[in-house]
Design a protein around this ligand. Structure first.
Ligand code: SAM
Length: 256
């Protein structure tokens, strides 16, 4: 039986290094590890699932693909399904950035021996970038794709030596100036993606146009802000929106 991945999962699969011992946390139907095992790209995999329905679906998928010798399905919360040193690559995809961060933070010892992370937060990408920086992971690549009207960001991080990590961080998060003179500091780069913002694709620009509309709606709902706190909060949104507008204008100008 051939396994056809969605465009999103295929991009994630493509970034799993060949020969990996993989853990796919929050694996749902275990499509990703099954595909990678079937294609011979990984040595073996653990598919972790906390919820019974997806756990059963994963077990069925592995059994019907006759890959039990390569993919083990384990039930548990986040990294609890792993023994230290068991895998060298972890994928976590299709959940919010805060949940990904809480999974990665819960059991630091389980990350011993892990060299590669491929992460795909649905929202809250900045939390994931912040966690990577704080925990010594170098964000080597990012990409943004669109599938079925949804936009996804995929991140690939490696654990390098301390020295290499420091150099990488300095390069990633040094203040960056757009062609029209707007300076982006580390906070903005963590929000926008240090790789993505330096080479903005059509999908990337579309993402920030949608984000701008979201900000406009939030500002409208705060139109009647009366307390000092509420007015300050509104002002922060207005400033943020103005910055986004300026960036979008800048990219439009670059395209002409
Ligand atoms: N990773 C797959 C993908 O990208 O297509 C499935 C994504 S699905 C939307 C999220 C899955 O994560 C669900 O099956 C859910 O049960 C599982 N999940 C959520 N929190 C989890 C946790 N703390 N530990 C393990 N699995 C979790």
């Amino acid at each position: 039986m051939t396994i056809k991945l969605s465009k999103r999962l295929q991009h994630i699969a493509d970034w799993v290094p060949a020969g990996s011992r993989l853990a796919d946390i929050g694996s749902d139907h275990a499509l990703l590890p099954t595909y990678l095992a079937r294609s011979g790209r990984i040595l073996h995999a653990i598919a972790g699932e906390v919820n019974p329905g997806p756990f059963d679906a994963a077990a069925k998928q592995v059994a019907s693909s006759r890959l039990e010798h390569m993919v083990q399905v384990r039930r548990g919360d986040g990294l609890a399904v792993l023994q230290p040193g068991e895998v060298d690559c972890i994928t976590i995809a299709g959940m919010g950035g805060s949940l990904i961060v809480s999974i990665l933070s819960a059991e630091p010892l389980k990350l011993d021996g892990v060299r590669y992370l491929v992460l795909q937060p649905n929202v809250g990408e900045e939390f994931v970038r912040g966690w990577l920086s704080k925990n010594g992971w170098s964000l080597m690549k990012e990409q943004i794709i669109e599938e079925d009207g949804k936009i996804y960001e995929i991140m690939y991080a490696e654990r390098l030596s301390q020295e290499q990590f420091t150099v990488c961080e300095q390069q990633l998060y040094a203040p960056y100036m757009l062609s029209c003179g707007i300076m982006l500091d580390e906070t903005w780069l963590k929000l926008m993606g240090p790789h993505l913002v330096k080479n903005p694709s059509e999908v990337y620009i579309q993402k920030w146009q949608l984000e701008l509309k979201k900000q406009e709606r939030i500002i409208q709902t705060m139109a009647n802000a009366e307390t000092e706190d509420a007015m300050e909060r509104r002002q922060r949104f207005v400033t943020h929106k103005a910055q986004l507008e300026a960036m979008l204008a800048c990219w439009q100008k670059d395209k002409q």
